[in-house]
Design a protein around this ligand. Sequence first.
Ligand code: GDD
Length: 488
Amino acid sequence: MRLSTTSSSAAVGNVSIHETFRVIELDAGYSSKTSKYISPPLTPRPNSRGPSTVSFSHESIHSIESQLAIIVPCKNEDVSILDGVLHGIPHECLIILVSNSEPQKYAAECALLTAYCQNAQREGIVAHQHDAGVAQAFSDAGMPEIVVPGSMPPRIRNGKGEAMIIGTALAKLAGKQYVGFVDADNLVAGSVHEYCKVYAAGLHYALNCPGSDEGDSHAMVRIKWNSKPKVRNGEIVFEKSGRSSRVVNEWMNRLLNAIVDVSPTGDNTTTIRTANAGEHAMSLDLALNLHFATGYAVEPYQLIDAWERMAASSVIDKSCDDLSCELDLSGFESPYTADDSSMSAYDSDDLSPAVSTSNSAYSTPVSSRPPSRNNIPISPDSRAVRILQIETRNPHFHDTGKGEEHISKMQAEGLSAIFHSRLIPDKLKDELRQYIKANLPGVSGIADDGTPSAPRVYPPVGAMDFAVFEARVKGLATTLKVVGEDAA
Ligand code: GDD
């Protein structure tokens, strides 16, 4: 693989997000060597230097893929489409299928994965999101928040974010170093393959380029698909941005502009093109450290969480100076409570009631939420976080028939993550409230004045006791299966 790179990045503390890289060659040739990454260095720079290209040897790609788990969240997708997705995942990657499908579909998914892995002589793991043993394992290992309170037998909440948490915990048990996420409704196996290759190349780059602290940085790769085709009047239109991404990217860029320390252009109105990136990968350490949000807030919230907790002191100090933080901690509640009374309207679980926005720590006005003293834990991990955005060659053909309501819900969940960030200045927050009021009226979780409910946010997966988790999962889970070559 060969990528075009750029040294332009926007830095918030030691979290840097790069201007978009591009795929130049899907295959850079048999004898391709990994470039020495001399230029451009991956350090934030105020001014962009022109794009340069880097190639990756098969050995470099393999070194990441052999440690990469590809997690496929799946809820009642067409099994023949899932079949294509599985076929696109490179052989060296471990497939982890986390399903929330109806029983009959789940049986078909298990049969499919088993047959595929046997055929391809590789390993896969499959589990159902509502497996009581998996829920018990999370509860006992220290993350009861992900379990529906009072459910008997216990079951994990619905939602894509929740499936990603399960997959990440299983990847840790499998001893992997990286996790990548691929949706199960992708119609083109070749694009899945490209995404996974891009994950490997991007992670290799982010972890090995100058300024990466000799592999000690955290790395994340977010896919900017080339286009999202739609059929209009019988013709395929290759749209460059999706309906949800367009909106969430814009507001994420506005937040970035308000908090950025080092900016590539002085005006980051287009730096972020992957706020909603459903397809992304990261080092396992980072995945264990981040807070995952529920449902479709999960991807936008990764950026917010990185800036809030992992950007180290500069952003914390900056937000206090700029936003006149008052040291008033009254009215704070833990964002991690498992008490149903604090449920967000964006909880993806069907049983969750929508509630007022005022009872979440994340909905507390920023002026009363001093970043260094609130009860949202700052990550003790001060390693640099390198976020790459990489544009693929393949278009993203997927199931577009989920309706307008689905898009509005996705927008609302993404915007709520931005709205409730403790870094957002009051003026921007007001503007966002007005936008939501005008554009998303009547959407679940949006108050009449446009205030969105705060997204449910979980503690870091890495805070769990993995010895307990492993013992419970192995002893209690009934749907969890390891299939394929070595499983026999
Ligand atoms: N296990 C599990 N549990 N999987 C789920 C659940 C759930 O509760 N809900 C959705 N999924 C799976 C779907 O089956 C699909 O494979 C994937 O998660 C994405 O869900 P979709 O509902 O198909 O989302 P989308 O295609 O509209 O949006 C995608 O792209 C957006 C960016 O444009 C998602 O990846 C979004 O997260 C992303 O923001």
